[in-house]
Design a binder for this molecule. Structure first.
Ligand code: FES
Length: 144
């Protein structure tokens, strides 16, 4: 009898804890774009016109980072020099899969593009990745 009542108490507490966790996730994870007001940072950079894609420190020098949801790849060919390109491969439309050894790589059929300008290094793609507009404000990379 006593054990049964103790177990019920534990289960109730567990459910309440899970509900609290889910609510916490909702507050931070519900931003799918559109409204940028939740993204304001202490520096106020988001208010200058754009969605914050990343911090500059997130982008490796000589490499880059792919943002699947936004279909953008941001690269940093040289320290402090940030570029952005469409992450949609110009061959058949896959989202590029990785950035390594100075190239943006598509796993679908093996195309590779330069991190510096999106130019084709290795086919079958024949067209470069189109440039995308970004702005760097302080340590934030913004998409207008
Ligand atoms: Fe990227 Fe074919 S879609 S190489």
């Amino acid at each position: 009898m006593t054990m049964g009542s103790t177990r019920r108490t534990v289960l109730t507490t567990g459910a309440a804890g899970t509900a609290a966790l889910l609510m916490g996730c909702g507050e931070y994870g519900g931003d799918d774009g559109g409204d940028t007001t939740e993204r304001s940072s202490p520096g106020g950079t988001a208010a200058d016109g754009g969605e914050e894609l990343a911090k500059t420190a997130d982008i490796p020098v000589g490499g880059g980072k792919i943002f699947d949801e936004q279909e953008i790849v941001v690269t940093q060919p040289a320290e402090g020099d940030f570029k952005a390109f469409s992450a949609v491969c110009t061959h058949m439309g896959c989202i590029v899969s990785s950035v390594s050894d100075g190239t943006i790589d598509c796993a679908c059929h093996g195309s590779k593009f330069k991190v510096a300008d999106g130019a084709v290094v290795h086919g079958p793609a024949t067209e470069p990745l189109p440039a995308e507009k970004i702005t760097v404000a302080g340590n934030s990379i913004l998409r207008p």
